[in-house]
Design a protein around this ligand. Structure first.
Ligand SMILES: Nc1nc2c(ncn2[C@@H]2O[C@H](COP(=O)(O)OP(=O)(O)OP(=O)(O)O)[C@@H](O)[C@H]2O)c(=O)[nH]1
Ligand SMILES: [Mg+2]
Length: 294
């Protein structure tokens, strides 16, 4: 029996959450085309005969400008530091740059095997890919360099097979039938946040959070009340939209996905609340589930 923890880390938008979902064959983490979508670490447990890999999706490491940003970076580093193996995700269409260097210098100091995962190979020529992979292999001590497409599920079998070699004979960390550890409230709040990110622009997605205030379930339906926390009054107007049109759009899109998750009728009520500068208030962040355990 082999088992272990694999942390998926990297810069924002590299495709970490897409990879987690692809490896588990279900949507455990929200993904969008905008950077800094993921804010918490999200576990996905892959169970096979004689194998259990706990994958940990983490927030993209970036230059933090708020407490929330620092929390996100700290979370990513902490998860990497506790793992048996680190996948360093690189957007192959961009390659490694100076921002990666800072992150990698820190990750390599942990003395944990690191794979360079070149993602999005469906969008790049093989010449460019070879050039970028060879740069990675000459400049860093990656144990393996593996090109994949998380979106097209390309080369994931190879990734898994190679990863197994770096795991130890171990114990079962979770029951064999468990695939994730996220609470229902977390999953629902993330679905709502995804719809906000997809429907709003510029700084608004980054300055918005979601909190589930009430959750009631009967056999036939779920009643959910959630607050959308915004940073300032003008953002409240944006999220509500003309005659409530934006909020309605977010509600409809979220309800559809929540219904699929719960497999029952969903009555979702959304309220928009202004909490000035919530991203820099430790207590507020704690209440919203943004705190480091380690
Ligand atoms: N073409 C292509 N796009 C991809 C691939 N993997 C991910 N993407 C896209 O890249 C964007 C970012 O994906 P995410 O999975 O949200 O990226 P992330 O690394 O989790 O980003 P953060 O959570 O912000 O750090 C999305 O639009 C994905 O659809 C891939 O293999 N090929
Ligand atoms: Mg993500």
């Amino acid at each position: 029996m082999k088992s272990g923890f694999v942390a998926i880390v990297g810069r924002p938008n590299a495709g970490k959450s897409t990879l987690l979902n692809a490896l588990l064959g279900k949507k455990l983490a929200i993904t969008t085309h905008k950077a800094q979508t993921t804010r918490n670490s999200i576990l996905g447990i892959l169970n096979k005969e004689d194998l259990q890999i706990v994958f940990i999706d983490t927030p993209g490491i970036h230059e933090a400008k708020t407490y929330l940003g620092s929390y996100m970076n700290k979370e990513a580093y902490a998860q990497a530091n506790g793992a048996d193996l680190i996948y360093y995700m690189i957007d192959a269409t961009k390659g490694l740059n100076n921002d990666d260097k800072k992150v990698l210098d820190k990750l390599f100091s942990y003395d944990i095997p690191i794979f360079a995962i070149f993602n999005k190979i469906d969008e790049i020529s093989s010449d460019k890919l070879i050039e970028r992979c060879s740069y990675a292999s000459t400049h860093y001590d990656f144990k393996e360099i593996i090109p994949i497409s998380a979106l097209e599920k390309e080369n994931l079998d190879e990734l898994l097979k190679t990863s197994e070699e770096y795991l130890n004979d171990g114990i079962l960390y979770y029951p064999k039938d468990q695939e994730d550890v996220s609470t229902l409230e977390f999953k629902i709040s993330e679905i709502i946040r995804e719809k906000i990110i997809l429907n709003t622009f510029e700084e608004v997605p980054h300055l918005t959070a979601v909190k589930i205030d009430e959750y009631k379930e009967t056999d036939s339906k779920a009643l959910i009340e959630a607050s959308i926390i915004v940073n300032k009054q003008s953002h409240k107007a944006i999220i509500i939209g003309k005659q409530g049109s934006m909020l309605k759009k977010i509600n409809m899109a979220a309800s559809r996905d929540i219904k699929e998750l719960l497999r029952k009728r969903v009555i979702l009520s959304l309220y928009v609340k202004v909490e000035e500068d919530w991203l820099n208030k430790e207590k507020k962040l704690f209440d919203l589930g943004y705190f480091n355990e380690n």
